[in-house]
Design a protein around this ligand. Structure first.
Ligand code: ZN
Length: 83
């Protein structure tokens, strides 16, 4: 069972397509069930495309803020610590 934490840790490999096929399948299943990770995955993929020059427009600052906010929120929830 892949958790959000696992997903975020493996996200780079997942997007690079270097992850183990079995793990990729697990990660793919996770994003079909977890809207948060889906958004992070989708946005990160677009960001990577921008960095590689595959898309002309840079990532809007707003979207970046949204991802960082989601990541912070996620980490806080998963560690079971509330500030
Ligand atoms: Zn998740």
């Amino acid at each position: 069972m892949v958790t959000c934490k696992d997903f975020l840790r493996e996200l780079n490999d997942f997007l690079d397509e270097t992850a183990d096929p079995a793990l990729r399948a697990e990660l793919e299943r996770h994003i079909t069930e977890c809207p948060n990770c889906w958004v992070i995955c989708d946005t990160t993929r677009k960001t990577i495309k921008v960095y590689k020059g595959m898309e002309p427009d840079p990532l809007p600052e707003q979207v970046h803020e949204k991802i960082m906010g989601a990541l912070r929120k996620k980490r806080c929830c998963e560690d079971g610590e509330h500030e």
